[in-house]
Design a protein around this ligand. Sequence first.
Ligand SMILES: Nc1ncnc2c1ncn2[C@@H]1O[C@H](COP(=O)(O)OP(=O)(O)O)[C@@H](O)[C@H]1O
Ligand SMILES: [Mg+2]
Length: 325
Amino acid sequence: MSEPILEVRNLTVHFYTYAGIVKAIEDVSFDVYKGETFALVGETGCGKSVTSRALTQLIESPGRIVRGSVIYHSDKGSVDLLKLNEEEIREIRGSEIAYIFQDPHSSLDPLYTVGYQIAEGMEVHGRVKSIKEGIQKAVDILRSVLIPDPESRVKNYPHELSGGMKQRVVIGTGIANSPKILIADEPTTALDVTVQAQILELIDDLRKKYNATVILITHNLGVVAETADRVAVMYAGKIAEIGSVEQIFKNPLHPYTKGLLKAVPNPMTKVERLDAIPGTVPNLITPPGGCRFHPRCPFAMEICKKKVPELKEIEDGHFVACHLY
Ligand SMILES: Nc1ncnc2c1ncn2[C@@H]1O[C@H](COP(=O)(O)OP(=O)(O)O)[C@@H](O)[C@H]1O
Ligand SMILES: [Mg+2]
């Protein structure tokens, strides 16, 4: 195993709303290794986006990072990203650590050409001296994200491109500054299935080409199985389990992970009904005490209602937060 590029510890984010304090993520800890694809999976609302955004302090009011540390091992040394001031973190965000967001429609500005938008991100970080130079470079970037005829596409406005092409442009803006870490938050959710596969392949090719690390956020376990090296499973704002793809799929430990895997249709057998996990995702203003999964867990014990389970390493690199172990 290579060395960690990110060490996240006890990351906790609360949203202070009129309805109450939303405990969106609580004591989230994981490592991401250099050069790998690390997947963050879980149902909608479990805290994947909040976790990924908190890594670079991208949490807006009424949200606040309550505690935790995010140690980033860069070429220039190691820093806690949560201790940097606004100017320092801005320098890293978008250049060394870049995001590709879910929805290309809202990630691109309809008023500017795609070339201008890629160029602007480069100019802000001093990678080019002028927008004009940036637009020239944008042609190469569009070519590297496999957009046909990039010399003319660079002059297009977002509405002139298909959904798949727009998402390629968004990926282009993400990789324009050759980031060390690329965080892709549900990068294919808005796209149809064939385009999804192409986009995932593109992200993986770019990871190899630029020697980057990818954090892939998805609620789709099929995507995880095909593209990730390691996986963290989240439930209701907590990490339930972490392991290699093989460990998670062949030997899932947490009852929630087991339930999730059962809910995935097996392409070999024609299932009519998904074996969904009974119950609903808890309200995060008043989450269940102890293990947040206990009300839905078929193996729940007395201790599960009272004590928050710690993340424990059960076999090499395989961690689980569950009182059964
Ligand atoms: N601006 C906000 N105000 C209040 N609650 C929020 C806000 N943003 C996110 N949350 C809450 O944080 C939790 C995690 O959200 P999110 O990370 O977006 O989930 P996911 O990406 O896994 O679907 C959810 O319960 C959501 O309601
Ligand atoms: Mg999300």
